[in-house]
Write a protein that binds this ligand. Structure first.
Ligand SMILES: Nc1ncnc2c1ncn2[C@@H]1O[C@H](COP(=O)(O)OP(=O)(O)O)[C@@H](O)[C@H]1O
Ligand SMILES: Cc1ncc(C[n+]2csc(CCOP(=O)(O)OP(=O)(O)O)c2C)c(N)n1
Ligand SMILES: [Mg+2]
Ligand SMILES: [Mg+2]
Ligand SMILES: [Mg+2]
Length: 339
């Protein structure tokens, strides 16, 4: 950290700042302070929490989108941001095996923002939610220096057990539903000023779609663990692997993710980059990554992309995720702080 940053904050020179920590390290400092009673069936650490209500259980999750961190006003319309914010939250509900039911939306809006942009945002929420029978039931407004969209989503497990990150067992099949790497390709094209090279990839960055119905289907088919891929396949597979105490060994992406590779090949050639970096390290496609017992039939549109292995009891520094048995060479994905 620079001295000028430290000068603004009254901390000891050795005390870490947020930018010195990974998201996981920061969460490890937060979680111990949070109260936890018998109403909490699944607490922080998964894609969503499960809490009891007098007449049952409610799945609840929240994600925030920040201007210039998650979107740029020059690249995305209000409608795009509304659709993205909805899908990002609905995917966290689906990845618990639940059906999303309602959202509340809190907005921070700078005064120079056209009111039309905000109407577009509401339209985007409507377009992403209505087909799934999800209602937008409230929110909050505040002024502020940049656009922030904070969403809380609720879901219904319909009597099923929630599918946690922690249930993967050695021998399970690793499967994925949805796209991998397309959103990252779209972002890279926008950054390079080459959006016209692949308008479909750019559209999926601006407003991704997630196979939401596949979450409850996976739960019904006996999925042992699940999460949505928001930060990159390797990063999120690592979270599932650590929560479950296993190693995720992904199949060779040139075969297992061949359709995804084909989708981003043109953009990769044009930008002169290795498309595997997008497939394995790109986030924000919000596909579902799940593990299934070996005898389970994978529900559509899940496809096998790897296998769960036992951790070796002797190897301390064993990686959590392998690709075709090897330590992957590409960046694993997004971290807000220790990127
Ligand atoms: N400020 C916070 N206080 C309590 N729990 C948090 C906080 N930020 C994140 N979490 C929890 O940490 C876990 C990981 O968060 P995150 O990586 O954002 O999950 P996701 O990618 O599914 O949105 C989640 O269970 C989330 O609820
Ligand atoms: C302008 C811009 N730059 C970079 C990115 C890439 N990016 C920003 S956040 C993120 C990860 C996903 O967001 P996060 O807040 O971590 O969502 P969560 O994991 O909580 O679902 C990625 C890949 C972007 N979307 N927009
Ligand atoms: Mg998630
Ligand atoms: Mg989150
Ligand atoms: Mg994230």
């Amino acid at each position: 950290m620079t001295d000028s940053v430290r000068a603004r904050h009254p901390v000891a020179p050795s005390a870490p700042l947020v930018a010195d920590l990974s998201e996981e390290q920061l969460l490890a400092r937060i979680f111990p302070h949070l109260p936890r009673g018998p109403r909490t069936l699944v607490g922080p650490g998964d894609d969503a929490a499960v809490v009891t209500a007098p007449d049952g259980r409610v799945v609840v999750t929240t994600d925030v989108l920040v201007e210039d961190r998650h979107f740029r006003r020059a690249w995305s319309s209000g409608r795009d941001v509304g659709r993205r914010a909805a899908v990002q939250n609905l995917a966290d509900v689906a990845s618990m095996g639940a059906v999303p039911t309602s959202l509340v939306v809190a907005l921070v809006l700078p005064g120079d923002l056209p009111a039309e942009w905000v109407e577009g945002l509401a339209q985007g929420f409507g377009e992403a939610c209505a087909p799934h029978g999800v209602d937008v039931v409230g929110g909050d407004l505040s002024g502020g220096p940049l656009v922030v969209v904070a969403v809380t989503a609720h879901g219904d497990l319909e009597g099923r057990d929630p599918v946690l990150r922690s249930g993967a067992r050695p021998g399970d099949v690793v499967a994925h539903a949805g796209a991998c790497g397309t959103s990252a390709a779209g972002l890279a094209l926008l950054e390079a000023g080459l959006a016209d090279v692949d308008p479909a990839a750019v559209a999926s960055f601006r407003a991704p779609t997630s196979p939401l119905a596949a979450g409850p289907l996976a739960a019904a088919a006996g999925a042992s663990a699940m999460l949505d891929v928001s930060d990159g396949l390797l990063r999120d597979a690592g979270r599932l692997a650590r929560a479950s105490g296993v190693v995720v060994d992904l199949d060779d992406p040139r075969v297992a993710l061949a359709p995804d590779l084909a989708r981003v090949r043109t953009a990769a050639q044009r930008l002169g980059v290795d498309p595997q970096a997008w497939l394995l390290g790109g986030g924000e496609d919000h596909g579902l990554l799940a593990t299934f017992p070996p005898d389970a039939a994978l529900p559509a549109p899940f496809r096998r992309i790897g296998r769960v292995r036992a951790r070796s009891p002797l190897a301390d520094a064993e990686p959590d995720v392998l690709v075709a048995g090897e330590v992957p060479a590409v960046r694993p994905g997004w971290d807000h702080f220790a990127g």
